[in-house]
Design a protein around this ligand. Structure first.
Ligand code: SF4
Length: 412
């Protein structure tokens, strides 16, 4: 699919993707795989088996590979494996080296350049791991790492140390220990299955795991984080949806970064999940030349709502080793948030967060709307830049008593 004109052809800077036309839902098409049977193409296992995983395949299917991409692909498997499903590959515009789909999955040599402040574990997950495969960072919830495999590999992956096992990370899914830990900690009311991608497990394995978690009385809420709906919508079968439906309340967070990822195939897959009663959210990563454009981001958010998906988080790209070429600035993120809030429905506005480097957790980052505040009033600014004053409520304090002193933050 080449719905967008090449930014190179138009002479525009790469970040100036024209948003016009991106709202349209189109099929990814068959591309090189036009003679594959309908049954095979729609079989998720066929898609996985025929992923592009070698430099030779990449050169064959993408003859416009740049020297930077070729060198990156030759070295890719030392850090994070190369893997692209045929379905997702068809979204790449071969004529555009700055194609926002291509930038996300085709390796570049720049991945091998690491700045001193970049890390292999930027969110400090390993230091909050009481048993292998479980991260207990926040008081009432845990991250349960189910697998180290994904359908395709994102070049900016926060868990690139773990997924695809290219870096030899010691990943041992020990479900018994993970489940025993959760059962022994009654404060855990929320379990997020992630990885790697949990939806790569067979229906039977996933059902077994979800059943064991559901059997723990204090686990109120289950979540799955998955990029499968956008990388491999064929995996969202009616059988999978019927199985997942047994485990409500079960939420699913998908991951999409550009409106072109929302094809007719993805829209239909998301409809199957939504029809199974699964509340859907989306997590996006702010990426340079992919979605660091307010119009592109707004289109993505609105298109997600059309697929019954609530935009949940917009992440500032973590300080992952070798990701500088894909990281947009925080200033750009704030500009985008400023152009979303008030300019479109609040349902389309995600929370912009920075995962504090080294393991501080998610910190919300917002444009400044409170201009000043004291015991008597709050001065606020709206999305149009107009200033308003709101008289502060007494809040039970005796009249005239000053509010509690605000401590200076401690720098770490
Ligand atoms: S799907 Fe998620 S875990 Fe897998 S490579 Fe992409 S960001 Fe990483």
């Amino acid at each position: 699919m080449q719905a967008e004109k090449s930014s190179q052809d138009s002479g525009e800077p790469p970040s100036a993707h024209p948003a016009q036309g991106l709202k349209k839902f189109s099929s990814a098409g068959r591309g090189f795989w036009h003679d594959v049977s309908e049954a095979d193409w729609n079989d998720w296992r066929w898609q996985l088996k025929h992923r592009i995983t070698t430099v030779e395949q990449l050169q064959k299917f993408l003859p416009t590979l740049t020297p930077e991409e070729l060198a990156g692909a030759q070295l890719a498997n030392h850090k994070l494996a190369l893997g692209i499903t045929p379905y997702f590959f068809n979204l790449i515009d071969p004529a555009d080296e700055n194609c926002p789909i291509r930038l996300q999955v085709v390796p570049k040599l720049a991945e091998t350049q690491t700045a001193t402040w970049e890390m292999s574990d930027p969110c400090g997950e390993d230091s909050h791991s009481p048993v292998p495969g479980l991260v207990h960072r926040y008081p009432d919830r845990v991250l349960f790492l189910v697998t180290d495999r994904c359908a395709s590999y994102c070049r900016y992956c926060t868990r690139s140390r773990l997924v695809s096992n290219a870096s030899g990370y010691d990943f041992h899914p020990e479900y018994d220990k993970q489940i025993a830990y959760i059962a022994a900690h009654p404060e855990i009311r929320d379990v997020l299955l992630s990885g790697g991608d949990p939806l790569l497990l067979s229906d039977e394995k996933l059902e077994n795991l979800l059943s064991r978690l559901r059997a723990i009385p204090h686990v109120e809420f289950l979540r799955i984080g998955s990029r499968i709906p956008t990388f491999l919508p064929q995996r969202i079968t009616p059988d999978l949806c019927a199985m997942l439906k047994q485990f409500h309340p079960l939420f699913l967070s998908i991951h999409s970064n550009h409106p072109r990822e929302l094809t007719t195939e993805v829209r239909d897959a998301l409809a199957r999940l939504a029809d199974a009663g699964i509340p859907l959210g989306n997590q996006s990563v702010l990426l340079k030349h992919v979605n660091d454009n307010p119009d592109v981001m707004k289109t993505l958010m609105q298109k997600l709502l059309m697929c019954r998906v609530k935009p949940y988080y917009l992440y500032q790209c973590d300080l992952i080793a070798g990701s500088a070429h894909l990281r947009a600035s925080v200033a750009k993120g704030l500009e985008i948030m400023e152009k979303l809030r008030g300019h479109t429905t609040g349902y389309a506005v995600p929370q912009y967060v920075i995962d504090a480097p080294g393991g501080g957790g998610k910190v919300p980052v917002n444009p400044e709307y409170v201009l000043c505040r004291n015991a008597g009033r709050v001065v606020i600014r709206n999305f149009e830049g107009k200033i308003f004053e709101y008289p502060e409520a007494a809040d039970g304090r005796p009249c005239g008593r000053p509010p509690e002193r605000i401590e200076e933050p401690e720098l770490v």
